[in-house]
Ligand binder design. Structure first.
Ligand code: FE
Length: 223
């Protein structure tokens, strides 16, 4: 079995929110798809260890916010690499309440779908939740984010097709965040946080932190 084949599967990137009675959370997921159009049904795959998993089981509803390509790393990091058990992820995020009464994330969102849970399928580490769409709308005309775009462009890796790829990748060092797996690539820098391309890792200010999870420089290891 060549597991590299799995990397050819295409995905989007979503924030899934759920909860009830003032207890809400959101998390990043890439596995969401429309199952049928009549009735309009979608499925998501959620890790059982996630806080959001418990909230979906409890409230039997969830909202999918489809992220835009311009969604910044710290936004994805907040929902993807922090736990709702430790922080209130929705505290400083623009949301609205719709039919489901679950907060709908409006920041960096191109469209949202509100879902009532219909069925679930136990898949070991994950559960597939299948539900009926009760409401949906477009939020912006921006391009939706794909998982490939997130990994290749946002994740600090040059696309293989970039003309500078071979030369630049060999000359410059890359450092991996041991907390979340983000790669700091000296070729690319971290322009989203004011770090110019070509900035050496040792020249990063001490105040610089992982743009995804917020870990400090000491958590990075040379690749
Ligand atoms: Fe990190």
């Amino acid at each position: 079995m060549n597991k590299m084949a799995f990397y050819k599967i295409t995905y989007g990137l979503y924030v899934i929110t759920s909860g009830q009675d003032g207890k809400f959370n959101g998390q990043i997921a890439n596995s969401m798809f429309q199952v049928t159009s009549n009735p309009a049904t979608v499925a998501i795959s959620i890790n059982k260890e996630n806080y959001t998993y418990g909230l979906i089981k409890l409230s039997r509803k969830f909202v999918v916010s489809i992220l835009s390509q311009s969604a910044p790393m710290n936004f994805i990091g907040l929902f993807g690499f922090k736990s709702g058990r430790d922080v209130d992820k929705l505290q400083n995020i623009k949301t609205k309440t719709g039919m489901s009464k679950v907060p709908i994330v409006l920041e960096n969102t191109v469209a949202y779908i509100e879902v009532e849970l219909e069925k679930e399928l136990d898949c070991g580490t994950h559960t597939i939740f299948i539900g009926n769409i009760i409401e949906s709308d477009i939020v912006s005309s921006e391009e939706p984010m794909t998982y490939a775009y997130y990994q290749q462009v946002k994740g600090g890796k040059s696309p293989k097709t970039a003309p500078t790829y071979v030369k630049a990748e060999q000359a410059a060092a890359r450092y991996v965040c041991s907390v979340c797996g983000y790669v700091y690539d000296e070729v690319l820098g971290d322009p989203g946080n004011g770090i110019n391309p070509g900035t050496k890792f040792e020249d990063l200010p001490q105040s610089w932190t992982c743009p995804v999870c917020g870990a400090d420089k000491s958590k990075f290891e040379k690749k």
